[in-house]
Design a protein around this ligand. Structure first.
Ligand code: UD1
Ligand code: CA
Length: 474
């Protein structure tokens, strides 16, 4: 049910300077989704009466993501005044004037925080009837975080940013997680008092806490259960560390759901992937995007699947596949490259050193060795000989090849598209098929073989080859 007394502010306007990236920080990927998407999903789950997302850096890209993931969010543009305090000031100004209740502020770059933790944080804030509650944390490395300064009596006094902190304050282990609950009236009042009088020349949201304390209001810091929940991503080292942490949870979740993951450390599974019980994942495997894997399938080692479907009991070994559908009982790899539009039927085979693209290969059909299959349809129970090239490109346009069912093609064929090979047809080794082959025909295009007897004796006399030939009984 919608919480009519809750408004959420998502901070997403910062530049993310420390990423040193042309991609906005919040659009970097984490388990297959932009960092900000994780925060938007968590915010959505809280079902607040109002959500406001503040944007500025690369605002169109960030706003487009917000519109897609959390369409109920208002989007507010931050102006040239920098800082989290300014961002919240503008967000709060966008709330209805008669809104009474609590404002939950979350950072777009703190993606692992879940909605259960946030819900109990808001509940704790409301129970104590304080003006503000800050989520705090005791991370292993507090570098970069604001520190929670407590009075001698242990009460919460203020937050000091790392860059403004004294050497002594930097020793404080308790840090600001960047998540706050405020009662809106007092927040409004103190935001108006913020200045940019600090090392970074920004309006710090954290200064609101000190101002509230000065005004005699009560504030609390509540430590989060686990520091990883509030890990912030500021640079690429933190990005990979957070990704590893999240991946660990995802893999563990699938293990508990009945998936065998032999080596969690080298297995990466995106959040949107779906795996059935009794799937086996071997080391060095990435299951990316919205990949779906049915029961009994064995994936890996060293396989990357992006937005693929893999049927029951299929085996996919040392393969790179994107937007491919692999049928039940089919076999792929080792060393196969399945490009978008590959559809392999049940019990089919795409073998070693085979590349496919826009290719439908029917049930039971096999492309076992060293081939390229592009823009093609192969019927059922056909076999494509080793080293076959579907020549789909005439230099200007792409054309399709259609191979029927129960076809047997020889090794080292070239199918010059557009062509059709009828059901049950055969082709000889080395055939270059330029014209359609009727059902049941044998197609040959090679010149008849000619053996010039004694050629080595006359043209290469005295060579090892000539000696060997002379010794041979043949
Ligand atoms: C902030 C806190 C710090 C805390 C840390 C937790 C402040 C002043 N400091 O520091 O105490 O320990 O988070 O992760 O708040 N943003 C805007 N507008 C801006 C600047 C930032 O919307 O003008 C957004 C960013 O996009 C980001 C979030 O606010 O999502 C935090 O900004 P960031 O610059 O990363 O703050 P930190 O230095 O990490
Ligand atoms: Ca941050």
């Amino acid at each position: 049910m919608t919480d009519s007394r809750l408004a959420i502010v998502v901070l997403a306007a910062g530049q993310g300077t420390r990423m040193k990236s042309s991609t906005p920080k919040l659009l970097h990927q984490l388990a297959g989704l932009p960092i900000l998407s994780h925060v938007l999903a968590t915010s959505r789950a809280l079902d607040a009466a109002h959500v406001v997302t503040v944007v500025r850096h690369e605002r169109d890209l960030v706003a487009a993501l917000v519109a897609e993931d959390l369409p109920e969010s208002l989007i507010v543009d931050q102006d040239e005044i920098p800082g989290t305090g300014r961002a919240v000031e503008l967000a709060v100004a966008a709330l209805p004037e008669d809104f009474e209740g609590d404002v939950l502020v979350v950072s777009g770059d703190v993606p692992l925080l879940n909605s259960a933790t946030l819900a109990s944080f808001v509940a704790a804030h409301r129970e104590r009837e304080v003006s503000a509650t800050v989520l705090s944390s005791f991370p292993e490395d507090s570098t970069g975080y604001g520190r929670i300064v407590r009075s001698d009596a242990g009460g919460f006094d203020r937050i000091v940013e790392q860059k403004d902190a004294s050497a002594e304050e930097r020793q404080i282990a308790e840090t600001n997680a960047g998540v706050y609950a405020f009662s809106v009236a007092e927040l409004r009042e103190q935001l108006a008092r913020l200045t940019t009088d600090n090392v970074q020349g920004e309006k710090y949201l954290t200064d609101v806490i000190g101002l509230l304390r000065d005004a005699g209001s009560s504030v609390r810091a509540v430590p989060v259960a686990d520091a990883w929940l509030v890990a912030g991503i500021n640079d690429r080292a933190q990005l990979s560390e957070t990704a590893r942490q999240l991946n660990g949870f995802i893999v563990h979740g699938w293990q508990l759901a009945g998936v065998t993951v032999q080596d969690p450390a080298t297995t990466w599974i995106d959040l949107k992937a779906q795996l059935a019980p009794d799937v086996t994942i071997l080391p060095g495997t990435q299951i990316r995007g919205a990949t779906v894997i049915e029961t009994g399938a064995v994936i890996g080692p060293d396989t990357t699947l992006v937005d693929c479907e893999v049927g029951e009991n299929a085996v996919v070994k040392r393969t790179d596949a994107t937007l491919a559908v692999i049928g039940a009982g089919a076999s792929v790899g080792p060393f196969s490259y399945l490009r978008p539009g590959t559809i392999l039927g049940a019990d089919g085979k795409i073998g070693a050193f085979v590349e496919t693209k826009n290719a439908t290969i029917g049930a039971g059909s096999k492309v076992p060795h060293l081939s390229y299959v592009g823009d093609a349809t192969v019927g059922e129970q056909s076999n494509i000989g080793a080293g076959t090239i579907f020549a789909n490109y005439d230099g200007v346009d792409k054309h399709r090849s259609e191979i029927g069912s129960h076809v047997r093609t020889g090794s080292h064929n070239v199918f010059v598209a557009p062509i059709r090979i009828g059901d049950g047809a055969y082709t000889g080794a080395g055939t270059i098929v330029r014209k359609d082959v009727p059902a049941g025909a044998l197609s040959l295009s090679v010149a008849p073989q000619r053996n010039m007897e004694g050629w080595v004796e006359t043209h290469r006399p005295g060579t090892d080859a000539a000696v060997a030939a002379a010794k041979s009984g043949d």
